[in-house]
Design a protein around this ligand. Structure first.
Ligand SMILES: [Fe+2]
Length: 178
């Protein structure tokens, strides 16, 4: 803890709340209550350091994020809602870093996914309400060199944090206008 850069968020408090939640049934409901029920798409920065980033990611109904990598390990813990992950791999000897689908994993409330540093995934919220997950990354998530893949051509390009954050805001506008 001493080596971490503190943000306004109180990590100790979240951990204490999560520990208290273990005594409740089901625990994920108490964790959700500690974070607040998800009601708008966002990437909330709970803790940001060069070696550890913890985010509260809330997906809008039906929202999809294009394939991307992290280049660091990640753990995703779904505390409310559902998400479907498609895992991708680079096609050998293909120019432009084109990818193909390699697998999938459905996450439900209370479930967790562990992603290795080489994982490429896209994420969809397949249900008609907001979905919330705690994302823990073992590195400098917002500044690391990363890639994303065009959802239509499946070709590789540099990852843009700003573009991804814009997608969350656009999703909110879509939901508000629906
Ligand atoms: Fe991701």
């Amino acid at each position: 803890m001493l080596a971490m850069t503190r943000s306004a968020f109180d990590l100790d408090r979240l951990i204490a709340d999560c520990r208290d939640a273990l005594r409740e049934d089901p625990p994920q409901k108490a964790v959700r209550d500690a974070l607040g029920a998800p009601s708008r798409a966002q990437v909330q920065r709970l803790h940001v350091a060069t070696d550890l980033v913890i985010l509260n990611a809330v997906w809008a109904p039906g929202m999809t994020i294009m394939p991307h990598n992290h280049n660091m390990w990640a753990v995703i813990g779904m505390y409310d809602g559902r998400e479907d992950n498609i895992f991708w791999r680079r096609i050998k000897d293909e120019t432009g870093g084109r990818i193909e689908a390699a697998g999938a994993q459905a996450l439900s409330t209370g479930e967790c996914a562990t992603l290795g540093p080489d994982i490429i995934h896209s994420v969809t919220n397949p249900v008609d309400r907001f979905g919330g997950a705690l994302h823990i990354y073992g590195g400098d998530f917002f500044n690391a060199q990363r890639s994303e893949w065009d959802p239509e051509t499946l070709l590789e390009k540099p990852y843009s944090v700003e573009k991804t954050l814009r997608m969350f805001e656009e999703a909110n506008k879509r939901v508000a206008g629906a």
